[in-house]
Design a protein around this ligand. Structure first.
Ligand code: ADP
Ligand code: MG
Length: 287
């Protein structure tokens, strides 16, 4: 098998794995969307990725960028709402970054193009409680890990997924300022964003398939095991973190990407930190 064919196969597998995981998380995504939206994010993503899986399963001889483009066009045609056009349009546009194949360099270009298209289309920025909050730290971490820290792609991807996960946590204490959740205003505080969550699910699928195709150890759960367990089981995080002083350490605290609000990095128990969020926003707004 040539490198190129291997890349196509890896991309195809990643897409199929992503579709599987969206399907198994359908209820979870719906539950999240029922708290701050209209309870359709699970159904939207499942319908979109179900159709994607059918089409991509047949693309044996396709180039990586053709597969990725098909993911985008299929989502656009199958999924309405906010997330469909945002996901589909951004994936479709960014797919051209992979037209020379999948390398460390082109994958960074893809990630950046995807983030750029998404923010162009949705006009959301970090802190608005959308998928942008999960995607931005993931893309910045990936780029920095490759271009500055010179990490191999798999290690960079593992760090990116870890950053993505923290981005999802970061959405919990935020007040939504884009999408349906923004209609709830303060009542959106304390809930995890569904689109940020589906972004993480997709990123995890990519990482796990990349780990099967690229060499190297994946060490993404380098955080406090108690926190990881608590998150998975929905326990109170403040009890899980022994010193109770906020966000868990990762294997590289200094690698956390700067967003447009570095000081906004979430406290893990921030779901209840409404006043703190208010102050941050008022401070930002009065500048
Ligand atoms: P809808 O909100 O139309 O029902 P979904 O439920 O499928 O669509 O998707 C909701 C998700 O879309 C939100 O959780 C949020 O992450 C994302 N979203 C909504 N508006 C925007 C936006 N303007 N920019 C980025 N993401 C957005
Ligand atoms: Mg919805």
């Amino acid at each position: 098998m040539t490198d190129h064919a291997d890349a196509s196969e890896a991309v195809r597998e990643a897409v199929l794995e992503a579709a599987d995981r969206i399907e198994s998380n359908k209820k979870h995504l719906t539950d999240l969307d029922s708290a701050i939206g209209d309870a359709d994010h699970g159904a939207n993503m499942s319908r979109g990725f179900g159709a994607v899986a059918e089409r991509v399963a047949e693309m044996d001889d396709a180039e990586p960028h053709e597969i990725v483009k098909t993911v985008g066009t299929t989502i656009i045609s199958e999924v309405g709402g906010a997330a469909g056009p945002l996901y589909g349009g951004s994936i479709m546009s960014a797919s051209t970054a992979l037209s020379e194949g999948v390398t460390a360099e082109t994958s960074v270009a893809f990630a950046e193009a995807y983030l750029e298209k998404l923010t162009d289309r949705g006009d959301a920025r970090v802190g608005d409680k959308t998928m942008v909050d999960a995607l931005t730290p993931a893309v910045h971490t990936y780029k920095k890990s490759i271009e500055v820290d010179d990490l191999p792609p798999l290690a960079a991807l593992a760090k990116a997924v870890d950053a993505c996960e923290r981005g999802v946590e970061y959405t919990v204490p935020l007040r939504a300022r884009k999408g349906r959740a923004s209609y709830l205003d303060w009542r959106s505080v304390g809930h995890q964003d569904p689109g940020a969550t589906s972004t993480l699910i997709l990123a995890e699928a990519i990482l796990d398939i990349a780990a099967e195709h690229l060499e190297g150890d994946v060490d993404r759960d380098a955080r406090d095991p108690a926190v990881i367990t608590a998150e998975r089981e929905g326990l109170d995080l403040s009890e899980a973190v022994e010193d109770g002083n906020g966000a868990p350490e990762t294997d590289g605290g200094e690698d956390v990407p700067e967003t447009d609000g570095g000081e906004d990095v979430p406290e893990m128990d921030g779901g209840r930190d409404v006043a703190g969020t208010d102050d941050d926003r008022d401070a930002a707004g009065s500048d």
